[in-house]
Design a protein around this ligand. Structure first.
Ligand code: NDP
Ligand code: HEM
Length: 490
């Protein structure tokens, strides 16, 4: 047995008794001077930071990304420079709507947030297990999330709010179809794909831009629960996904994903039939096949859940040379939203925490604020420009200019947009038994929803595929006939 270390206060002062508080007499009240007791209680009061406003329940692990194929013709990003090159990474999975104590085996989208600690700073690829999303304009994101969270009065989740919003937002059709398909309730995080979902850009050494979509394909295969299986799992284990991931990694069974990209030459965006910057659409594989890039492996569990998983702060604004943004409006909003959330939730200098800290040198001129524990020593170069050898910019990292045209306006994103074809394609590629589960999953999620809303939603299903609407209406026990486009009322 090793000799135990001396217990101290946070000030390093030795503690003589950690069992009995300091009282005036054996049965007497406690003394204010018992700083050990006060420190302990005060610390306990501060043990939580606010949970994430979305994706609050999660599990994560450390791993490595290894390049298996050369894609340097598309990107100069250092992480992809050589076949065989390895980069440390951290991947946090999550559910979206539930709070921190929510059960894992619930029907929901799963988050797939990756932090790559590259030689040129952190690259955060903050994606989901779905290639699309419910809305395409960020102005609708808070409204959408409110429908997923609790009703302000009943404090219950509301099927009515969800279907009211969805039925008034037909751009959600594609994502709804995924959510209520088998993939809406995965058996665990090892059994999901990850998607960057948005279109991003690649920039190569010749400063040419390509549009790119990121895909991480589970090498464990896709495995899902039915609603009934999910309910019985939750009855016995609320942490089923955390347990599965943690135990697999502890046991040396390291999960892996094949990292692939779809590439579109920059100018093709203007002529391609689908708006490539619309987050409710995929790029069909027949048009843009998957190109293999590498393998991601998770091989180390966090030592401390709070320090690493709860304080992990991912942001699409963490981007590296050779990878860039796109005009996708949702992505544009996310570039702002995440770092703002972290400064509030974790603290101003959250990037200095070990889990968030880049592995390369960080040099900036931001000064004070909470968590500034890396006090830069005595330099006169605390503003820029300066004459004291402070860090400076380097124009070699500039991106090629991006052509933009048009008038500044609020463009109606629902006008003339096809919200149904891709949802219908997904429906049609499901085997009959999965279609049947889709119908019953939707029907059970519509419990208690007013008929006016159900009917409005059935019209949307009908437009995606008549068999889709008829299947859902049958599962609802309705004698339903399509009323026509005007009845949709959006
Ligand atoms: P493909 O036949 O080439 O691809 C179909 C894709 O659908 C495969 O990636 C498959 O994933 C995935 N898939 C199968 N079942 C489901 C499900 N229940 N939920 C979500 N995805 C599922 O066709 P297209 O590229 O033309 O796409 C057709 C439809 O497939 C799209 O409208 C979209 O809904 C869906 N899809 C397309 C993706 C894309 O990037 N093109 C990506 C994911 C889905 P896997 O190979 O892992 O089985
Ligand atoms: C978490 C905002 C869309 C994936 C979050 C958080 C915010 C947020 C504020 C909490 C961050 C934190 O406290 O750590 C938004 C906004 C969106 C949007 C404003 C749209 C306008 C999306 C989309 C995806 C996504 C489209 C996936 C493609 C995630 C994931 C997390 C997250 C995975 C959890 C990250 C983690 O594990 O810490 N989002 N989000 N979000 N979001 Fe979004």
């Amino acid at each position: 047995m090793q000799k135990a270390k001396q217990l101290t206060t946070t000030g390093g002062n030795p503690v003589s008794d950690n069992q009995n508080s300091l009282s005036a007499g054996e049965r007497g009240p406690l003394l204010l001077q018992d700083y050990q007791l006060i420190e302990k209680l005060a610390h306990q009061n501060r043990e939580r930071v606010p949970e994430r406003v979305v994706h609050a329940k999660g599990s994560a692990a450390h791993g490595t990304f290894t390049v298996t194929h050369d894609i340097s013709q598309y990107t100069k990003a250092d992480i992809f420079s050589d076949v065989g090159q390895m980069t440390d990474c951290f991947l946090r999975f999550s559910t979206v709507a539930g709070e921190r104590g929510a059960a894992d085996a619930e029907r929901d989208v799963r988050g797939f947030a990756l932090k790559f600690y590259t030689n040129e700073g952190n690259w955060d690829m903050v994606g989901n297990n779905t290639p699309v999303f419910f809305v395409r304009d960020p102005l609708k994101f808070p409204d959408f999330i409110h429908t997923q969270k609790r009703h302000p009065k009943s404090n219950l989740r509301s099927n009515t709010a969800m279907w009211d919003f969805w039925s008034l937002s037909p751009e959600s059709m594609h994502q709804i179809t995924i959510l209520f398909s088998d993939r809406g309730l995965p058996q665990g995080y090892r059994f999901i794909n990850g998607y960057g979902s948005h279109t991003y850009s690649f920039i190569n050494h010749k400063n040419q831009r390509f549009w790119v979509k990121f895909h991480f394909k589970s090498m464990q295969g896709i495995k899902n629960y039915t609603n009934e299986e999910g309910a019985s799992i939750i009855a016995n284990d609320r942490e089923s996904a955390q347990r599965d991931l943690f135990e697999a990694i502890e046991g040396g069974d390291f999960p892996k994903w094949r990292f692939c990209v779809q590439i579109m030459p920059e100018e093709e965006a203007e002529t391609y039939a689908i708006n490539p910057f619309d987050l409710t659409k995929v790029w069909p594989h027949a048009d843009y096949p998957l190109i293999e890039v590498g393998v991601l492996e998770l091989n180390r569990n966090p030592e401390n859940y709070f320090a690493e998983v709860e304080q992990a702060s991912f942001s699409p604004s963490n981007i590296v040379p050779g990878i860039g943004f796109s005009p996708d409006k949702m992505l544009q909003a996310r570039i702002f939203a995440y770092a703002d959330a972290h400064r509030y939730r974790v603290g101003t200098h959250y990037e200095m925490l070990p889990i968030n800290r880049p592995r390369n040198p960080v040099n900036h001129y931001h000064l004070d604020g909470s968590m500034r524990f890396d006090a830069p020593n005595g330099s006169d170069a605390y503003y820029e420009p300066n004459s004291f050898s402070g860090p400076t910019q380097d124009e070699r990292f500039a991106e090629p200019p991006l052509k933009i045209s048009g008038d500044a306006d609020r463009y109606n994103h629902r006008e003339g947009n096809d919200d149904y074809t891709q949802a219908g394609s997904l429906f049609r590629l499901m085997p009959a038994d999965e279609q049947a589960r889709l119908f019953s999953n939707i029907a059970s999620a519509m419990e208690g929803v007013p008929m006016m809303i159900v009917h409005r939603q059935l019209e949307h299903f009908y437009k995606a595929d008549p068999a889709y609407a008829l299947g859902v209406s049958e599962a609802l026990g309705l004698q339903w006939e399509p009323a026509g486009a005007e009845a949709v009322g959006v």
